[in-house]
Design a protein around this ligand. Structure first.
Ligand SMILES: [Zn+2]
Length: 507
């Protein structure tokens, strides 16, 4: 018998269902009565707030400020940039009326048809562009470096919590620059911010690179991305940074007088990450007992669990628990006080422990009459087995807390890195490539494949053919190490390869 685990099914049995069950067990989010939209519950939202706080700091440290633009965009704005329209038209929610009236047959009916329909923003390039056009007259008005924290909507029929929902939360940076060089530099700078955030905060290793033509953001000249590998070995695009050239500046008429007195179009960029990152954390670090949170983003670093059997022990154990929490809060981790919660529920010891295992708290600290007597704690780390607990002097535990959190964080990154390395394989042979991405049992596909670093001629037709046949795409053209071995040929057409790139199935 395999050891019992808290989540059914296990990852290897049914990864997609495991993912849903982890989210439910950790109480991160659930589906809502509004089709395609999710409710982010307090534990999930606290995680998002920590993601926001850290990224917001990084954005401000790189010279950006926040602003807010409207949710509704006039239809004509979206029509300005042809490729952009084409890219988003199929997934836009459209507002056509501005009130409801009692309908003769009962209920309510939309009334007051709008002259021009409004679009719920799928992204805000066009409306922000319209404002920048007003704000920019001279080269002295540039650069504009603005970020917006907002919700957006992209109509989805097949949704999955955090990964694909009609409405989601994100940030979108929008910048306008005097020169192409400056805008390109901005695009790279923000990609690097995302790479750092993914690795240093989320403990999620990524491959930074450039998207192929087929996968570019609609209207962008270049799209850069970070690609991570989930535990089912599929890729997750976790953040994008777009160099928009002068495309949006032309359609929005963001013009300025240059230093030489000429009228010129600005160079713009946009970049974003979304609540999808939470899906990335679940799928990178979760195990068969539930969520595991990287300490640097965990809403609680340590949870104190008061444990007693007799009612008369209650008061003293509670006092000791709160005192312990206070001691731990005096410690600092990553420049801020350690976040500690005391579990005030009436659940028994076993249930309390499992609840926090499933929620992914990095450290659990049990305190009971015996620990009190010894001025100690009985602790457990989420990165070790559920039953692996250790007793430690309370003051010593408080003192070692920051180092333990750092060790858990580093361990999680190292584990994810080695998994990614283990399932990244250089494959030059077309048959081996095919085999790598084909499940043994098509009825019940097991976890298979990974990243195949394979030679490619660079033609879109070859990428499309492989996508049609195997649902595998070029995840990106890595910033480093994309050159093909001498003499290698494209895995699809056999023509000389221009580069060797990571191919994978993806979310
Ligand atoms: Zn080819």
């Amino acid at each position: 018998m395999p050891p019992a685990s808290a989540i059914t099914p296990a990852r290897r049995e049914d990864y997609a269902e495991w993912y849903q069950q982890v989210i439910r067990a950790a109480d991160l989010a659930e589906s809502s009565p509004t089709r395609g939209c999710m409710v982010i519950k307090p534990w999930g939202y606290a995680l998002w707030e920590n993601i926001q706080r850290a990224l917001d700091r990084l954005f401000k440290d790189t010279g950006h400020v926040n602003a807010y633009f409207p949710l509704l965009i006039p239809k004509s704005f979206l029509e300005k940039e042809a490729e952009h329209v084409e890219g988003f038209a199929k997934e836009c929610a459209v507002v056509t009326h501005h009130r409801l009236e009692a309908s003769p047959g009962g209920g309510l009916a939309p009334a007051g048809e709008l002259e021009e329909p409004l679009i719920i923003r799928p992204t805000s390039e066009t409306i922000i562009g319209a404002m920048y056009a007003k704000w920019v007259q001279s080269w002295r008005d540039l650069p504009i470096l603005i970020n917006q924290w907002a919700n957006v909507m992209r109509w989805e029929m097949r949704t999955r919590l955090f990964l694909r929902t009609a409405e989601f939360l994100w940030q979108e940076g929008h910048t306008a620059h005097e020169t192409e060089e400056e805008a390109r530099e901005e695009t790279s700078k923000m990609l690097e911010v995302y790479r750092r955030f993914a690795e240093e905060w989320m403990a999620m290793p990524v491959v930074p690179g450039r998207k192929t033509e087929g996968q570019r953001f609609p209207g962008a000249v270049e799209t850069y991305c970070i690609e991570a590998m989930m535990q089912d070995r599929k890729a997750l695009q976790a953040g994008t940074s777009h160099f928009l050239g002068q495309n949006f500046a032309r359609s929005s008429e963001i013009r300025f007088q240059s230093r030489e007195g000429r009228e010129e179009y600005a160079w713009t960029t946009s970049w974003g990450v979304s609540t999808r990152l939470i899906g990335g954390i679940v799928m990178t670090h979760g195990d068969d007992d539930g969520l595991r949170l990287p300490p640097r983003l965990a809403p609680a670093h340590a949870v104190v669990l008061p444990i007693y059997r007799k009612d008369e022990e209650r008061e003293a154990v509670w006092r000791y628990a709160n005192e312990t929490a206070e001691m731990l809060r005096r410690a600092n981790a990553w420049g801020a006080p350690v976040e500690v919660r005391v579990d005030a529920s009436f659940a028994n010891a076993g249930e309390k422990g499992w609840q926090w295992i499933k929620k992914g708290a990095p450290l659990r600290v049990e305190v009971g009459p015996r620990d009190m007597a010894g001025n100690a704690v009985f602790a457990a780390r989420r990165d070790r087995g559920a039953k692996e607990k250790f007793a430690m002097d309370r003051a010593e535990f408080a003192q070692r807390l920051p180092a333990m959190l750092a060790e858990i964080q580093d361990g999680m990154l190292a584990e994810a890195r080695s998994r990614m390395a283990e399932h990244t394989r250089a494959i030059a042979d077309p048959h081996e490539f095919e085999d790598y991405f084909t499940p043994r049992n098509p009825e019940k596909p097991e976890i298979h494949g990974g990243f195949a670093v394979s030679p490619w001629c660079g033609a879109r037709a070859c990428e499309d053919a492989i996508a049609d046949r195997l649902s595998v795409t070029v995840r990106c053209i890595p910033l480093e190490g994309a050159s093909a071995p001498r003499g290698s040929v494209c895995v699809q057409c056999g023509q000389p390869a221009e580069m060797a790139v990571p191919w994978a199935k993806s979310y």
